[in-house]
Structure formats: C-alpha cells, structure tokens
Design a protein around this ligand. Sequence first.
Ligand code: IMP
Ligand code: MG
Length: 179
Amino acid sequence: MQQELLHYNNKTFIPYIDSGKIISNIDSMALQINKDYAETEIYVLAVLNGAFMFTSDLLKRIHKNVIVNFVKLSSYSGSESTGEVKNILGLPDDIQGKSILILEDIIDTGLTIKSLLNQLEIMGAKKTKVASLFYKPSSSKTGYIPDYIGMEIGDDFIIGYGLDYNGYGRNLESIYKLR
Ligand code: IMP
Ligand code: MG
C-alpha cells in the first residue's frame, strides 16, 4: 500500500484501507450473491460515478447471466451530504417486473439509496436488493441497512477505488481518509 499523504484542494488524505482488503471483501460478497440468487439471471443497476471499480471487480466474480446498466444520481457536493437528491439518469425503461441488484459505492445517510428504491418501486420493479461496498452505520439517518455490505467503516470521509473528493481520487487503488 502506498504510504504517502495525498492533497486535493486544501484537504489532506491519509492511507486507510489497502486494495487487498477491498478485493477480499468483494470476494466474500460475490460468494454470498452467487449462493443467494437462485435465478440464473441477475439484473444489475450500478450507481455512477462511485461504483464503477466495485462494479467491475464484483461482476467478474458473479457466475450468473448478468445484465448491467449504469444510472447516475448525485446528492453530494464537497465532503458533506446535502441530503438533496437529484435526478436519476439512464434508468432503462424495461425494469417493470424485474428483480434488481443495485450496486453502490457507499451508504452514508441512506437518503440517496432510499430515493432510488422509491423510484424503482414506483416504476414497477418487483424486488430490489442493494449491495454497497462501504457502509457508515454511525451516520445512517434513515436506519437503512443494505442487503450486502463489503465493509462497515467509521464516520470518516473516504476517497479512492471509485470514491471522490470534488472529483479527485476515484482512480486510487486503495482507500484514503480525510485527516
Ligand atoms: P447518502 O445519501 O448520504 O447515503 O450518500 C450516498 C452517496 O454520497 C454515495 O453514493 C457517495 O457518492 C457519496 N458519499 C457518501 N459518503 C462518502 C465518502 O465518505 N466519500 C465519498 N463519497 C461519499
Ligand atoms: Mg454514489
């Protein structure tokens, strides 16, 4: 793992979770999903931008027929959740009656995921499960708990492996936290 400090704008980030640990958590999650899903086909909705690396590494380990679509929504600006949820872009129009697996990078307050789940229900999705790579139980305003969790973390702001601070840090292989 890289040990150096990272600076983006006026913030400093320190090494937190190495890539081996992330991958071993994704391995376990994939094992569980492969076991749980009796269906031969999984209809995945991955949430951009943050879930792109997670989606790639998780789906390589899923041994079912996978249909994957990417949706984009954003409730974040800077390092604090605004709680305000914007539009859902790229939602396919064939989700009626589908059993969906949503892939998220992180669940913090739970507001974003709840709004997405609501929308999907209104649009007639049959059953929706959520897999989140990271989960912050301490800051969950809504008490929402995803079906699959890669790792629980403290109430830290993290970047790397898809997650960003003002657009920076998504390309990092490991996770850093705000100092
Ligand atoms: P929530 O609505 O508060 O659950 O926030 C969910 C979204 O906020 C996630 O999908 C992320 O895009 C973003 N987010 C929450 N916590 C962090 C973090 O620690 N680092 C980077 N992005 C975060
Ligand atoms: Mg996100």
